[in-house]
Write a new protein. Structure first.
Length: 159
């Protein structure tokens, strides 16, 4: 087993795992988190234009992490209206569901990239050296906002 397998087992013990995606036409940021702990962390960035390559990479992450659900950041205008990229993200979410048969939910991703850049700058990252870290960090922000806004039932906590 890979060295990271202990982390997967610990994540599973902390509740269902969730993978989140910051969809872009050039890159897709990916984050992972556990529903019980309600914490998200950047996982990877998929840099590929071809859908086959993208979905192969996503398939490997799903096989490795075995998430219970997927979350896709939904880009909206600041006033909440939808635009061209919103439709692309909805289509991406439909493709995820169709290919992997997992529940797919949306989370508002407004300003997530700006927040990700700010976080990374605060940690001393040189953003000129690559946007890949920004995309994965944005996915973590999207997933954290999803956790902060949702209250999934936890069967282990029946009070």
């Amino acid at each position: 087993m890979p060295d990271g397998s202990a982390g997967h087992a610990a994540g599973a013990a902390a509740g269902d795992l969730v993978l989140a995606f910051d969809f872009g036409t050039e890159r897709i940021g990916v984050a992972v988190g556990a529903t019980m702990l309600k914490n998200a962390r950047p996982l990877a960035t998929i840099s590929a234009a071809a859908n086959a390559v993208r979905f192969d990479a996503i398939g490997r992450l799903i096989a490795e992490w075995q998430p219970a659900r997927l979350v896709v950041g939904l880009p909206l205008a600041l006033d909440g209206s939808e635009h061209d990229m919103t439709a692309r993200c909805r289509r991406f979410a439909q493709q995820l569901h169709g290919r992997f048969r997992l529940p797919v939910e949306f989370a508002d991703e407004r300003l997530s990239s700006a927040a990700a850049e700010s976080r990374l700058r605060a940690r001393g990252h040189d953003l000129r050296r690559g946007k890949a870290a920004v995309d994965a960090e944005a996915a973590a922000i999207i997933l954290q906002s999803y956790f902060d806004r949702t209250h999934h039932a936890d069967p282990a906590r029946s009070s």
